[in-house]
Write a protein that binds this ligand. Structure first.
Ligand SMILES: [Zn+2]
Length: 349
């Protein structure tokens, strides 16, 4: 028998109409998911194993499916692991062989690491939560994100909106700042010295289709030209799609060059048209709001933060437990040999 107060609430909820119920549900979801506590194991090696070998056991070295379990063993730190033997190449492997975390000394902590990242936790808080150093937490963060970036990008289809947004070019954390930029470190919040879209600004190109698949990537310094658009957008565009952008001529040229239909959104557009760039601009807004917490990020890590936010948006309807599980299994589905570099410096021209 529920508590009388709960009973009252339930009977009142039944008096709400459908849209009121939906409203109530929306406001309860974040609150309810908070109740999933840290005691619930976030993501485990067991889950990584199941995701990695979802199609059956396969050798990460030679891809042979002729694999058998070959006993358990204790690693140097006393953690019990399953060993597999491949008949194809005659070598053994474990659940994490060739994954980005294969040689991490603290493998069991990576599930919690993913959870901290789903919560958008600072490196300092993450380090305290996991009992690791701040530099290790920072390294792990970027390793996880580099792994997610190494996965295949989605293909955008149908009506696709694209627009760029800008972040200040930053050499944050660089020890050779004077040598690279010929100036002293800037104080936080100090404005760029040139007004408008100078080369002190880095453009981030965001494209989003109506199925909410989203690609966000650093273009370069200043306004993107056709070459930059091709590098970022060409690999992710379905040729049957329609690209909606603002009136910038580089987008028009880009669409002609790759043979995609283009719709330039001008200020006179009829209200209610399906061809607009509101969704991508709203995405920019959410990204900017979320990025505030980092108080400026080094440009060489910007692609990682874009990946992070894209992942959070993609998994926003999942509970933190499920989202962190997906983050870890996604990251571990990348082979170490395919891992992109953790940092991507822009050419200083
Ligand atoms: Zn093999």
């Amino acid at each position: 028998m529920p508590h009388p107060l709960v009973q009252t609430l339930l009977s009142e909820i039944q008096q709400l109409n459908l849209s009121q119920q939906a409203e109530l549900y929306q406001s309860l979801v974040p609150w309810l998911t908070q109740m999933e506590t840290w005691s619930q194991q976030p993501a485990t090696i067991q889950q990584v194993r199941e995701a990695r070998f979802a199609e059956g056991l396969q050798c990460p070295r030679c891809n042979s499916g002729e694999v058998k379990r070959n006993g358990k063993f204790k690693d140097k730190r006393g953690i019990v692991k399953q060993r597999y033997l491949c008949k194809g190449c005659g070598r053994t492997f474990t659940d994490l062989t060739k994954t980005p975390i294969a040689y991490s000394k603290k493998q069991p902590l990576w599930g919690k690491m993913a959870r901290c990242m789903i919560e958008g936790m600072s490196v300092r808080k993450t380090a305290a939560k996991l009992g690791i150093s701040v530099p290790t937490a920072f390294f792990w963060r970027h390793k996880m994100l580099a792994a997610l970036r190494s996965l295949d990008k989605p293909t955008l289809a149908g009506v696709v909106e694209a627009d760029e947004t800008y972040f200040r070019y930053s050499l944050k954390g660089t020890r050779r700042l004077r040598e690279l930029a010929g100036r002293d470190p800037r104080k936080r919040g100090e404005p760029a010295t040139k007004r408008g879209l100078s080369r002190e600004q880095v453009c981030v190109i965001v494209a989003r289709d109506r199925h909410t698949l989203t690609v966000a990537e650093v273009g370069g310094r200043g306004v993107p030209n056709v070459q930059i658009l091709k590098r970022v957008l060409e690999p992710v565009m379905n040729r049957e799609s329609i690209l909606c952008t603002d009136g910038a001529s580089s987008y028009k040229r880009f669409c002609v060059d790759i043979g995609v239909a283009h719709y330039s959104v001008n200020s006179k557009r009829a209200n209610g048209s399906i061809y607009h760039i509101n969704n991508v601009n709203n995405w920019h807004g959410r990204l900017k709001d979320w990025m505030v917490r980092f108080k400026g990020v080094a440009t060489k890590y910007l692609n990682n933060y874009l990946m992070w936010f894209t992942f959070l948006e993609k998994t926003s309807k999942l509970s933190p437990v499920l989202a962190s599980k997906q983050m870890l299994t996604d990251a571990c589905s990348v082979l170490k040999s395919e891992l992109l570099p953790l940092a991507q410096p822009l050419m200083v021209a």
